[in-house]
Design a protein around this ligand. Structure first.
Ligand SMILES: [Fe+2]
Ligand SMILES: [Fe+2]
Length: 366
């Protein structure tokens, strides 16, 4: 162990140095407080200081005070034993406040000095061990937290992937429709952000919205994949995909599925009560479903249909705001329609990002 001995009396300094060296300690000496401060600061191997309280230029107390200031986050582990020539109780109290380990009074009794140094060594070892345990624990907690975060991310990603696949499976054989659910998820999340949903609610809605048409999984498949406009009777049959989807999703009560169940059941309800399957109106329709309803209509207007060409962005918006042969503006929740118009650039960008590439019927020139 390396000691710093700061003592202005040369004779005491030399005697103590020899004695402590004989005991196996490496001893660095200083003749005053400033020298002691500099040597301690520059030599990080020093673990124990023996500081005379009364020294020229800078007292032992000032030395320890200065050292504590440069090590304010207590990175170094060390102890201080003060040496004092008289019973100066004020200095003793000040030294204790500064964190002194103990005191020795002159004339120094050798056995007492060695015993104090032994005790200080024990304290240093205990502190070192405690620091080691803390560091190890901190590293363990950090590594475990990282693992949990990675695992949570993987699970979240896996869950989202499974929901997307389930949603897409309901219409996997319908020509040109496969990315519809992905667009609806993103568009719904986009509008919900505008309507004040928090981040978690937006993420849940994104997944739940993808499942809006999952009821189509029970068929009739030939109608959903028919490459023509449906007859009124056939259209009636397809309406059951709402309640079928809700029934299918009720098998699981995870929050995303609970949200999806309501969306599946209500995403064809119109705000004015003219929709299906229940003819709900106004606030009886869940806002989640009203959002999906609006983006579903927008996306369908943009898409190629067997009976009509895809509509450009502005025409699709115009049809929703001013009405067309299928719908009137009263079909939509006013706030949702407003949010759609406010965010229309983002909605268009989502459509373009997941647009199905046009089929090229011409000859490749490349
Ligand atoms: Fe639907
Ligand atoms: Fe849809």
């Amino acid at each position: 162990m390396k000691l710093l001995l700061a003592e202005d009396d040369p004779q005491v300094r030399v005697e103590l140095r020899e004695l402590l060296s004989e005991e196996g300690y490496t001893v660095v000496t200083a003749a005053d407080g400033i020298e002691a401060f500099e040597k301690f600061r520059d030599d990080t191997d020093i673990e124990l200081m023996l500081l005379d309280i009364r020294m020229p230029r800078c007292t032992g107390l000032q030395t320890l005070d200065a050292i504590r200031r440069i090590d304010s986050n207590e990175k170094r582990i060390y102890e201080t034993i003060f040496i004092t020539g008289n019973n100066d109780s004020e200095a003793v109290i000040a030294a204790l406040k500064l964190g002194a380990f103990s005191f020795l009074f002159k004339p120094i009794v050798i056995e007492q000095l060695l015993a104090e140094i032994d005790d200080a060594k024990d304290r240093i070892n205990q502190r070192r061990y405690r620091r080691f345990r803390e560091d190890t624990l901190k590293a363990q907690v950090e590594s475990t937290t990282n693992q949990i975060t990675r695992l949570t991310d993987e699970l979240r990603g896996g869950f989202a992937g499974a929901v997307e696949l389930l949603a897409r499976s309901a219409e996997y054989d319908v020509p040109g429709i496969d990315l519809h659910v992905v667009r609806i998820g993103d568009m719904a999340a986009c509008l919900s952000a505008r309507l004040g949903y928090n981040t978690l609610q937006q993420q849940q809605l994104r997944l739940a919205a993808m499942l809006h048409d999952v009821g189509k999984i029970t068929g009739p498949r030939e109608l959903y994949s028919a490459n023509r406009q449906l007859t009124p009777e056939e259209f009636e049959q397809t309406k059951s995909h709402t309640v079928d989807g809700a029934a299918f999703l009720s098998h699981h009560d995870e929050p995303v599925f609970a949200m999806a169940r309501v969306i599946a059941e209500q995403h064809h309800e119109n705000y004015d009560g003219s929709g299906y399957p229940h003819g709900l109106s106004g606030d009886a329709i869940a806002l989640d479903a009203a959002i999906v309803h609006a983006v579903d209509v927008y996306d369908n207007l943009r898409a190629q249909r067997p009976y009509r060409d895809p509509l450009p962005h502005y025409v699709a918006l115009d049809n929703m705001v001013n009405g067309d042969e299928k719908s009137t503006p009263e079909h939509f929740h006013p706030k949702v329609l407003q949010a759609l118009l406010s965010q229309h650039r983002d909605i268009e960008a989502i459509y373009e990002r997941f647009r199905i590439p046009a089929v090229n019927h011409g000859n490749d020139s490349a």
